[in-house]
Design a protein around this ligand. Structure first.
Ligand code: FRU
Length: 484
């Protein structure tokens, strides 16, 4: 058995620095202090939802990885748990997944070992490891279950996603073979013994040099392979972040996966390394890291960094696109309804709404038939120094967009295609330093961090160079689950 020293990590976690920070998120999974990245081991086990995450409790920058752990009865209200995995003989604990089987919780993760010196990304060894738990809180490391990559020159060999089906265990992971991204496939009769089956998918030239965090699951009548490829070329509105997070839809015949082209899940500035799991009632739910390796994180000076996106339910539409909707349980975050408007004509200009807030849920519906405006939408976190976060529809480009150029400390505009229907729907979750935009009239989401001043809390509605009909607008105040 390998060592698992989580004690000092728990002491670091107990230092709850986040409550001092104006950018602390109120209803997203965040660390109490330190750095976090990818969601790991999303699973329902013994009556509770578990979310683990890549965690460095000792500072607000990436470092020797642990697995942080939170649990929830409803995927909305989360409770911190002791750190699940700490670095050990097998290396530091990289990303992976969880399977609940026969009352036991199994964590599969990558042991990452620097072979020359720490943080030398040319020289390392990655193995796949197992840890189990009876109570879902304390984990016993069982050691390495896949010791070597199938070809000795493959170093990047990580992020096992495991599932059990037809009495067999299945495992995929991300790899890089001489600059080509791959997903490798294994099967096992039990969680400790694995047999290599082959390359499940290999990237074409334009599909990246490494695929991190692959995930394969059934959705409707198809299979979906989600992954976070690195090295995709930027073009037009696509692949604008440094790395991407998206999916391929296809057929999995038990050996290989034939598929269509790559589509990004989310076109915002901060969405990466997603993972999915199946809820007891059969929904496929996804969460991602609201961040990317090299993005600016204003919170780092305040002792923490990183967060998970809200859980999203996935379905496949008729055009075989993956549609994401906020899970219905999130209605449990609602406090007072602050505003409800129907059928109102928005004249050209900016109009103040009688609403303020840092934690809001907003639903908007606009009618395009009576529109003359060139752009219209809503402005959040408005305040002094022209601060604002703009979310709207551009009728010339026919795109739903987020403009965070005046959001504080960050820049950029991101957008996604509108579906061409005669209305525009927006469903927005605003937390203290992020915004997540869903739309029934688009098939991608937009997730970005923002860092406005604490005093910028006003909400305005706008219509540029013309008018537009607002069919409905509802705004709710949301709860702070960490510091109610
Ligand atoms: C993705 C990733 C994974 C790796 C982990 C390390 O963000 O690079 O491939 O396991 O993060 O923290």
């Amino acid at each position: 058995m390998l060592s698992n020293n989580t004690e000092s990590a728990n002491q670091a976690q107990a230092n709850d620095v986040i409550k001092q920070c104006p950018y602390r998120l109120g209803f997203h999974i965040i660390p109490s202090s330190g750095w976090m990245n990818d969601p790991n081991g999303l699973v329902f086990h013994d009556g509770l939802y578990h979310a683990f995450f890549q965690y460095h409790p000792y500072s607000s920058v990436w470092g020797p990885m642990h697995w942080g752990h939170v649990t929830s009865k409803d995927m909305v209200h989360w409770q911190r748990q002791p750190v699940a995995l700490a670095p050990g003989e097998e290396g530091i604990s990289f990303s992976g997944s969880a399977v609940s089987d026969n009352g036991e919780l199994h964590l599969f993760y990558t042991g990452h070992h620097w072979t020359k010196q720490e943080n030398d990304w040319q020289n390392f060894k990655q193995t796949q490891c197992l840890a189990t738990s009876q109570d879902g809180v304390s984990f016993e490391k069982k050691g390495i279950v896949i010791a070597d990559s199938p070809l000795s020159h493959i170093q990047d060999f990580r992020d096992p996603k495991v599932w059990k089906e037809d009495g067999k265990w299945h495992l995929i992971l991300g790899a890089q073979d001489n600059g080509t991204g791959q997903v490798l496939y294994y099967q096992g009769q039990n969680p400790e013994q694995w047999e290599y089956q082959g390359v499940l998918v290999e990237a074409t030239e334009a599909e990246g040099y490494m695929w991190e965090c692959p995930d394969l699951f059934k959705l409707g009548s198809k299979h979906v392979l989600a992954a976070s490829p690195q090295g995709l070329p930027k073009h037009g509105y696509h692949n604008l972040s440094e790395y991407q997070c998206g999916y391929f839809v296809g057929e999995f015949d038990g050996q290989s996966f034939s598929h269509s082209g790559f589509t990004e899940f989310d076109v915002g500035h901060d969405f990466y390394a997603c993972q999915t799991f199946e809820t007891p009632d059969g929904r496929r739910v996804m969460q991602a890291w609201m961040g990317l390796p090299a993005t600016l994180m204003e919170t780092q000076d305040n002792g923490w960094a990183g967060a998970l996106s809200l859980p999203r339910e996935l379905t496949l539409d008729e055009q075989q696109r993956v549609i994401q909707k906020p899970i219905k349980e999130l209605e449990g975050l609602r406090r007072a309804e602050l505003l409800s408007l129907q059928n109102s004509e928005i004249e050209a200009g900016h109009h103040k709404l009688d609403v303020q807030g840092e934690l809001l849920e907003i639903k908007l519906s606009f009618c395009l038939q009576e529109r003359t405006a060139e752009r219209f939408g809503i402005l959040l976190r408005c305040g002094e120094n022209r601060e604002q976060t703009m979310i709207g529809y551009d009728a010339m480009a026919k795109r739903i967009y987020l403009d965070r150029n005046l959001s504080g400390h960050v820049q950029g505009v991101r957008s996604t295609a509108h579906d061409g229907s005669d209305h525009v729907e927006l469903h927005i979750f605003l937390d203290r330093s992020c915004v997540e935009i869903f739309s029934d009239t688009a098939y991608q989401t937009i997730t970005s961090r923002i860092y406005p001043s604490e005093s910028s809390t006003k909400v305005n509605i706008f219509s540029e160079n013309g008018k537009v009909k607002l069919k409905s607008l509802n705004i709710w105040q949301l709860k702070d689950i960490w510091h109610p």
